[in-house]
Design a protein around this ligand. Structure first.
Ligand code: AMP
Length: 129
């Protein structure tokens, strides 16, 4: 069965899309740890990050770096944290999380955002891409 991220990539379900190219997509995490929490996802569905082809892995990191720099410019924060988990969605994704303190990297601390806030944030991030 296709992962929820493949359904997003195929536009079967919506997302707050930040950026996209032929091979990767970045969209806001729907249940963010912090404002600007973004997922960078290869369009080809692979479960575990180290199962990606080496070239795809490097290009995913290059894509994530570009998004991370835009996040740093957009969100007042100490830095952008990066992590890979994949226990909830078995489709490779890099979490980029603007952080100020350690708890921003813990997935037990969440913030809530309205659809309008998500949409406005996408526009602000895109200005800095
Ligand atoms: P994990 O697989 O443990 O790295 O976590 C999956 C992440 O995907 C979580 O942070 C979820 O909030 C996020 N997520 C799940 N479904 C969606 C969705 N439809 N749109 C955006 N983010 C999602």
């Amino acid at each position: 069965m296709a992962s929820i991220f493949t359904k997003i990539i195929n536009e079967e379900i919506p997302c707050y899309k930040v950026a996209e190219n032929e091979d990767f997509i970045a969209f806001l995490d729907i249940n963010p740890n912090a404002k600007g929490h973004t997922l960078c996802v290869p369009k080809k569905e692979v479960d575990k990050i180290f199962d990606l082809e080496e070239d795809t892995y490097h290009r995913l990191m290059k894509f994530a770096r570009k998004i991370g720099i835009a996040l740093e410019k957009t969100i007042p924060c100490n830095r952008v944290g990066i992590t890979v988990i994949g226990l909830e969605v078995p489709h490779v994704h890099v979490h980029l999380i603007p952080i100020n303190e350690m708890r921003d990297m813990t997935f037990s601390h969440k913030i809530s955002m309205t659809p309008e806030e998500f949409l406005d944030l996408v526009k602000e991030i895109q200005k800095n891409l």
